[in-house]
Design a protein around this ligand. Structure first.
Ligand SMILES: *[C@@H]1O[C@H](CO)[C@@H](O)[C@H](O)[C@H]1NC(C)=O
Ligand SMILES: *[C@@H]1O[C@H](CO)[C@@H](O)[C@H](O)[C@H]1NC(C)=O
Ligand SMILES: *[C@@H]1O[C@H](CO)[C@@H](O)[C@H](O)[C@H]1NC(C)=O
Ligand SMILES: *[C@@H]1O[C@H](CO)[C@@H](O)[C@H](O)[C@H]1NC(C)=O
Ligand SMILES: *[C@@H]1O[C@H](CO)[C@@H](O)[C@H](O)[C@H]1NC(C)=O
Ligand SMILES: *[C@@H]1O[C@H](CO)[C@@H](O)[C@H](O)[C@H]1NC(C)=O
Ligand SMILES: *[C@@H]1O[C@H](CO)[C@@H](O)[C@H](O)[C@H]1NC(C)=O
Ligand SMILES: *[C@@H]1O[C@H](CO)[C@@H](O)[C@H](O)[C@H]1NC(C)=O
Ligand SMILES: *[C@@H]1O[C@H](CO)[C@@H](O)[C@H](O)[C@H]1NC(C)=O
Length: 680
């Protein structure tokens, strides 16, 4: 903690002189001077402040408390801008009233339940230009002492991180004036300072380990932590203690607790917590909560056990307001120093003995005695480890992700393809295709997918040990994996859902589903593996079982059952089983140049136009300098990265072609707002 001490000292030195000059006679701990609530005093030249949060949908009582909270932020200063991370349309409607001061950002990573990822929010925040960044819960009401604190903190001559826990209230009894600048009572009178004080006194303040809190930091040079943020979910605990302990441990920034000088109120609405981001209504809250908290606490344990030491809370300075002056106090170290911004000057020991310092110390003693200390261990929070079990049965998962036509996009993936899986997922998210579901071939992929917020299920009957490096076309592993695919597809069809099976090495340019629907109910549409540029595309063994659309109906189910049965007894992969079963050995069921009709069920197999659904050999598209451009020219909807041997070669050509959407180091989808930064 040496660096911290030095930093603390330098702040101390920079301002000690002023203590003596500024003492008032009052013994009251002022929340803020009421005259300062007058907004005409605000100076437009203060630091730019960006507040960001992820709101629940603006509906019902949650919507009103969020709205009140956000208006309370915007009323504090014209320098404040609010950034909302959400994909819910109600937020866009809400934002309309505030012009450029309140913006909605849907382009970050969300889980399939609609909960935003903390690390993605942080990255987006940093990409936003501001002097100060604030992360807060969407229903936390702020009072003007917040802005006074920030204006002071802004002048600290090193990089800092402010944390403050919120007061817990069941109801906030005041109203904001129409311009959002004044708090009024029920009968329209301005609220007096002591009335706020009463609410503060009556309500419970959380601590920094549990409970709601806000964080603020200056843009500065230093990051908040070393390395990358784990993919925590926003609003599910864990990330706040994690940031605090990281910041303290890394000793990068000066970290201080402003809970005593920043008045913030959080409404404890139990409804709020159960369905916070609510994309989904027909899954029980317990299921959702389990899924999210299990993932988060698992992450905490994962990162906690490896990189955390016990956090010594006495290393955290507190800010206190004595006689209207802000001071940093560290009880453990017996230090007090004012939060002042003037130029540094030489420290003289005699200040220790000045009567003013004694006075301040007395005030601090008094105040501190009546306030709880941080007697909790931040690391305990992070060590609660729950097993990553299986809270979502396949049926629930399908009902959550399927679209209105009861259609899902299925990917089947093992661990060696996890990055490609993510790139594929990011691409689908970018195309706003949300009805995908992932079947994990092994436990590692299952865990990985949960932590990435993907709707994932295990195939309990999958052969174990199929996730090694060279599970590519032609290998034994490949055969086993592909047989999992047809079995899972059949299972989902039987549950009443249409399935678009897409290998994760199929890059989607556009959503192919609208076109795929057009073939009708009695058609199974599949990619052709024909590499010839002309001629029929339904020749023997040309059916690619890595991309096909199967409708949930009796004839398709009957046909798929035959395929699965054939595959189970075949020594080959399932691909020949598909062709031989549906099109007949040697192509005896071929109809025309692009179809087969399976005689027993009358299911039609439609081979998809190779221009629109090219395989990896067609036109040598992957060898083109500009793969994207070449595909655009022929109108590709998807492009399969097959016809190449070896996982790494496959990965390489996809990354090099720019058809790659996932940043492996930050574990985030690459978004337009940080594309340049990440790629450079
Ligand atoms: C605090 O201020 C109020 C009025 O603002 C006064 O009534 C009260 O006595 C003061 N308390 C102390 C301890 O001075
Ligand atoms: C207000 O802004 C002016 C310049 O626009 C500056 O000179 C002045 O110091 C500011 N006052 C405060 C209280 O920040
Ligand atoms: C907030 O208040 C509610 C009800 O009074 C209580 O159940 C909850 O534990 C409180 N939370 C904190 C962090 O104090
Ligand atoms: C925490 O720090 C204080 C002062 O730096 C020290 O006296 C105390 O022993 C430390 N506690 C732990 C648990 O390390
Ligand atoms: C549902 O299917 C119909 C055709 O059956 C199609 O026109 C429509 O676009 C589909 N809806 C969605 C959301 O895909
Ligand atoms: C798992 O696969 C690897 C790689 O082929 C092999 O060496 C190992 O023996 C397999 N283990 C089991 C239990 O089959
Ligand atoms: C490709 O098609 C042409 C004409 O349709 C045919 O002559 C040629 O043999 C085919 N090549 C392969 C490799 O199938
Ligand atoms: C489909 O199969 C189910 C069960 O085998 C049967 O009850 C149903 O009548 C069939 N539907 C059609 C349209 O044949
Ligand atoms: C398939 O179609 C033929 C000709 O239309 C018809 O005779 C036969 O009954 C059909 N089979 C099934 C299973 O529907």
């Amino acid at each position: 903690m040496k660096v911290l001490q030095v930093g603390v000292l330098s702040i101390w030195l920079s301002g000690l002189l002023f203590i003596a000059l500024n003492f008032y006679a009052t013994r009251n701990l002022t929340i803020f001077n009421s005259d300062r609530i007058n907004h005409n005093h605000f100076n437009h030249s203060g630091p730019k402040i960006a507040i960001f949060t992820a709101p629940a949908p603006f509906i019902g009582s949650i919507g009103s408390s969020q709205s009140l909270a956000m208006r309370s932020w915007l009323g504090l200063s014209p320098q404040i801008t609010v950034l909302l991370f959400t994909q819910h349309p109600s937020a866009v409607a809400f934002a309309r009233d505030f012009g450029s001061r309140l913006m909605v950002e849907p382009n970050i990573d969300f889980t399939f339940l609609g909960t935003p990822f903390f690390h993605s929010m942080m990255a987006r925040a940093w990409a936003f230009t501001s002097d100060i960044y604030v992360l807060i819960d969407p229903d936390t009401i702020l009072l003007p002492d917040f802005i006074f604190m920030l204006n002071r903190a802004y002048k600290i001559n090193r990089d800092w991180l402010l944390v403050a826990s919120s007061h817990n209230v069941s109801r906030f009894p005041f109203y904001l004036s129409d311009d959002g600048k004044q708090w009024l009572t029920k009968d329209g009178r301005r609220v007096r300072t002591h009335e706020f004080q009463e609410i503060l006194d009556q309500s419970q303040q959380g601590n920094l380990c549990e409970g709601k809190m806000l964080m603020a930091w200056n843009s500065g040079e230093l990051p908040l932590n070393n390395g990358v943020f784990p993919p925590f979910l926003f609003g599910k605990g864990t990330h706040n203690p994690w940031v605090i302990s990281e910041a303290l441990l890394c000793e990068l920034r000066f970290v201080f607790d402003a809970s005593l000088t920043v008045s913030s109120f959080s409404l404890n609405d139990p409804v709020h917590w159960s369905n916070q981001f609510g994309r989904v209504s027909h899954v029980t809250d317990a299921e959702k909560r389990n899924w999210e908290y299990v993932g988060n606490s698992h992450l905490g344990a994962l990162y906690g056990s490896s990189s955390f030491h016990e956090i010594n809370s006495s290393c955290l300075a507190k800010v206190m307001n004595c006689y209207g002056k802000y001071n940093f106090v560290n009880m453990a170290k017996n230090t007090v120093f004012p939060v002042i911004h003037e130029r540094p000057f030489t420290w003289k020991e005699k200040f220790f003995h000045s009567s003013s310092l004694k006075k301040t110390m007395a005030c601090v003693d008094d105040t501190e005695a009546s306030n709880r200390r941080l007697d909790c261990s931040l690391t305990d929070q992070l060590k609660t480890s729950a097993p990553l079990d299986y809270p979502f049965p396949l049926e629930s998962l399908l009902s959550v992700v399927a679209d209105k036509n009861r259609t899902v996009v299925l990917a089947v993936a093992g661990y060696s393809y996890k990055d490609m899986l993510m790139s594929w997922v990011c691409r689908l998210r970018l195309l706003r295709v949300t009805n995908f579901v992932v079947c994990a071939l092994d436990h590692e992929t299952y865990q990985f997918s949960i932590l990435q917020g993907l709707p994932v299920f295990n195939d309990p009957s999958a052969p174990s040990n199929i996730s090694f490096n060279d599970c590519h076309f032609g290998t034994k592993c490949f055969q086993r994996v592909t047989k999992v695919k047809s079995r899972i597809v059949l299972q989902i069809l039987k549950l009443g859902y249409n399935v678009l099976l897409s290998d994760v090495d199929v890059y989607w340019f556009r959503n192919p589903l609208p076109l795929l629907y057009s073939f009708g109910l009695s058609v199974l549409a599949a990619q052709s593996d024909e590499h010839n540029r002309t001629g029929p595309i339904n020749l023997p063994r040309r059916l690619n079982s890595g991309f096909y659309f199967a409708r949930s109906n009796n004839l398709t189910i009957a046909a798929m059952e035959k395929v699965v049965k054939h595959a189970a007894t075949s020594g080959l992969s399932e691909q020949p089983s598909f062709y031989d079963t549906l099109c007949g050995e040697g192509g005896s069921n071929r109809v025309g140049d692009n179809k087969c009709v399976e005689p027993e069920t009358n299911l039609t197999v439609h081979f998809l136009d190779r221009k629109l659904f090219p395989n990896g050999a067609y036109l040598d598209l992957w060898l083109k300098k500009n793969v994207k451009g070449a595909c655009a020219k022929i109108g590709c909807l998807v492009l399969h990265n097959n016809w190449i041997s070896g996982r790494l070669k496959k990965l390489e050509r996809q990354v090099l072609s720019g058809l790659w959407e996932y940043d492996i180091t930050t574990r985030m989808c690459i978004q337009s707002w940080h594309k340049t930064k990440l790629m450079s």
